[in-house]
Design a protein around this ligand. Structure first.
Ligand code: LLP
Length: 421
């Protein structure tokens, strides 16, 4: 459920008509709903209510500080994957003890920065990283709290580019070698083992792969405890999928996911962490664009928008589907006809949808891409020197621009001409 609904024939974000924001801000822009963000965060809180837990928002999915502060104010932790994301979480006011640091390639500088400003734990992805982290922490007179990310060799049955838990993927350490690495960790002066981490992929629409992976982690917890390690925290990653089409998709609900977690880990007396991104942010955001032209081609028509692949790359990169709907509601009886929905960028990959049935639309009309809150704005670029588009946050009947559109001068003046030119 989200808070983007038609009222009196106009698509609203909570209580604000999107036509009003478009007139004030210009198109294209991203628009997020506070009520939806908060609702989704609370679904996870409720799902894990029976257990000691922390919900860490995966800020790679949507990292605007206003969003992070909204969730941080509800008590959310943050999952970061770079020094930049760590600083964003910090800037949003989230304390280090609620920040977990994931990622396969943490640098010494990133480790040092997080250790000096406070960190809940590092999710370590290799024996090599573990040794470097120990050196860095020991040189600072500290011990770094860690979990080791294990790769359970489970196929998440999701898109090839976002599956992470098979043995051919670059993530984590094979679960079979975990005991040896924990044994080494126990000897390292700069390391304090606190738990185990696992994350098998994103946009999972079935609980079975999660349960298979979690069951392996529960077994490993018992083994490591028998070996004498303190395993008091399990980070179960993110990955719960969302419905991208309104009609035929029914991914599991957070409540069922939470019940499964309680079933698998309930008797282990552990603290649970989860790192959802998409389920919190995805349907809390839309992208609003204008039609520039309806171009009549040979055998097919093209709806050319002012948004492009640089603003929302998911269709080009993953073949992802986003529902695209008119901001002014189509009259019920209107005939729909198929069009290719494209952007102005100079490559054929700049296609959002092929032969999508749409009501009649013409130059100047507004459309909204649904489910664009997660991995939308954060993956955008300035390809074709197209400015990063604004982000707007709505709360009830208020809205605010939370990232303005940069001017062309700001973009061009970032370049420097060398002396010889
Ligand atoms: N934790 C870790 C360690 C991750 O790598 C990810 C996502 C998450 C949590 C959050 O997963 P989520 O709950 O959002 O599924 N750009 C792609 C998705 C990449 C996901 C990367 N890792 C897309 O647009 O579909």
């Amino acid at each position: 459920m989200d808070h983007f609904l038609y009222r009196d024939g106009i698509l609203h974000a909570e209580d604000v008509p999107l036509t009003e924001i478009a007139a004030a801000v210009g198109t294209p822009f991203y628009c997020y709903s506070t009520a939806t963000l908060e609702r989704h965060f609370r679904l996870f809180q409720d799902a894990l209510a029976g257990m000691d837990h922390l919900v860490c928002f995966a800020i790679k999915s949507l990292s605007n500080q206003a969003v992070l502060r909204t969730l941080g104010n509800l008590g959310a932790g943050m999952d970061v994957v770079s020094g930049g994301e760590y600083r964003r979480a910090q800037a949003a006011g989230v304390p280090g003890e609620r920040i977990v640091f994931s990622g396969v390639g943490k640098t010494r500088e990133e480790m040092e920065y997080a250790l000096s400003h406070g960190i809940r734990q590092f999710n370590v992805e290799s024996a090599e990283e573990l040794r470097v982290l120990s050196q860095v922490a020991a040189s600072m007179g500290k011990r770094a709290p860690i979990t080791l990310r294990v790769n359970p060799d489970v196929d998440a049955k999701t898109h090839e580019k976002i599956a992470t838990g098979r043995k051919e993927d670059k993530f984590g350490v094979p679960i079979a070698s975990a005991r040896n690495i924990y044994a080494e960790a126990a000897t390292l002066p700069g390391i304090e083992v606190v738990g185990i981490d696992v994350h098998i992929g994103s946009q999972l629409t079935d609980l079975a792969p999660f349960e298979a992976a979690f069951t392996k982690v529960a077994d490993l917890t018992r083994e490591l405890r028998a070996d004498g390690h303190v395993i008091r925290r399990l980070d179960l990653g993110g990955g719960l999928g969302i419905p991208y089409t309104r009609s035929n998709e029914t991914p599991p609900l957070p409540l069922d996911y939470g019940a499964m977690i309680q079933r698998v880990f309930g008797d282990l007396d552990v603290e649970i962490e989860i790192e959802p991104g998409r389920l919190i942010a995805g349907n809390a955001g839309i992208l609003v664009a204008s039609v520039i032209y309806l171009k009549e081609g040979e055998g097919r028509d093209f709806l050319i928008l002012d948004a492009a692949m640089n603003d929302l790359i998911r269709p080009a990169m993953y073949g992802a589907h986003h529902d695209i709907i008119p901001v002014i509601e189509a009259v019920a009886a209107t005939d729909q006809r198929p069009v290719d929905i494209v952007g102005p960028v100079c490559e054929s990959g700049d296609t959002f949808a092929k032969q999508r049935a749409m009501p009649p639309l013409d130059a100047g009309d507004l459309v909204a891409f649904r489910s664009a809150g997660a991995y939308g704005a954060v993956m955008s670029s300035e390809y074709n020197t197209r400015p990063l588009i604004p982000e707007v946050l709505v709360k009830g009947d208020q809205y605010a621009v939370i990232r303005p559109r940069p001017s062309f001068d700001e973009i061009i003046n970032r370049d420097r001409l060398p002396e010889w030119l």
